[in-house]
Design a binder for this molecule. Sequence first.
Ligand code: ADP
Length: 374
Amino acid sequence: MTLRVGVIGGGQLARMMIAPAVELGIELRVLAEDEGMSAQLAATAIGDYRDLETVRAFARDVDVVTFDHEHVPQQVLRALAADGVAVHPGPDALQFAQDKLVMRARLAELGIPQPEWAAVRDVDELQRFLDEHGGRAVVKTPRGGYDGKGVRVVRAGVEAADWFAGLDDGDALLVEELVSFVRELAQQVARRPSGQMVAYPVVETVQRDGVCAEVIAPAPAAPERLSQMAEGIGRMIADGLGVTGMLAVELFETDDERILVNELAMRPHNSGHWSQDGAVTGQFEQHLRAVADLPLGDPSPRAPWSVMVNILGGPAAGTLEERFAVAMSEHPTAKIHTYGKAPRPGRKVGHVNVAGDDLDDVVYVARAAAVHFD
Ligand code: ADP
C-alpha cells in the first residue's frame, strides 16, 4: 500500500518535498494555510493548523504527520499523538525548536556548548545581565521569531521595555551574550524513529539583514577537528532530544575556535538546500525517508563544493518568469529552484544551487545567476 505522508504547512519546504515524494512512491498530502501557497500542487486541505479538529481531520487520512514549520501548538500535537497518529518530529522533540528558552535549558543539561544566557522577566533583570556581560547583549523573544525578527542587540535594559510590556504573566525573554563570531555554520543530521542517523558536512551560512543569503558546503577551511565537533554536537542533540526527521543546528564559530549552538530547526532548512543538487541524498528526500522510518540515504557531497544563493524578491525589471529564463540561459550549470511565490522585497522566492570542483567558480556562477533577480 502506498505510504501517505501529511505535511502541515504549505510553504516552500513542503513544496520541495513533492518531487522526492513522487520518486519514492510516497503520496504527499499538504495542509496549506491558504489557496495559492507554494505547495499548492500537493495541497489536499486548506485550514488553520492551530485548530485541533482541522488538523485531526487532515491526520486521519495519512500514515505520518510532519511539518513545513514549527508553529503547530503543543496542545494540537499532543492531542494527535494521543489519538495514535505518528507525528515526526514528535511534540517532546519539537518543543525545543518552538521555544528558545526551553531549548537553552535542555542544551545546558546535555552539556552542549552555547552562548551564556538567562531568562529575564523585566528591565532590571536584563540590565543586570548586561552589567555582567560587557554592556551589550542579544535579547530574543522565545517563540515565533524567524529571519531575525524577534532578535535585538541592546546596550540598556530599557531598550527591550516594549517586549517586556507585551509578555504574559510569568513569561520571560531570553538574553544571550553577544557572541563575537568569525562566521556562522550549520550542521544537519537526519534521524529515524528507530535511531539510525546520518550527518551532512558542516556548512558555512552567510546572513544579510538577519536573513540567510548564501551557503557554502562544506564550510571552507574547516579543520577536521571543527567538522567533527559540529557533527558530534548535531548527533548529540538529535539523539538527546529524540528528533525524528531532519535537524538543523545553527552554530557560531568564535574567534577563539569554539563552536556554540545558536538555534535549532526540526525540518528541512535553508542551510541544506545545497544538498538537493550537491549531495547523494538531498535533505527533502532524507526528511521523507526519516519520518517514514525508511532506510536513510547517503548524505555525502557529490562534488567538492556546492553553493546556494537565495533569491529574494526585489525591484528588478520584468516578471520572475522572464528573469528565470535569462538566468537559465546565461548559466546552464546553475540549478534554479522557484517557490511559486509573488515577489515582494526581501521575500524568499527561490534559490540557485551550483556544484563543482573550484570554489571560486562555483561561487561566481551561483551569484551571477542569482543577480538577475536583484
Ligand atoms: P531567528 O530565529 O530569527 O533566525 P536567530 O536566533 O537565529 O533568530 O538570530 C538571528 C541572527 O542574529 C543570527 O543568525 C546571528 O547573526 C545573530 N545572533 C543571534 N544570536 C546572537 C548572539 N548571541 N550573538 C551574536 N549574534 C547573534
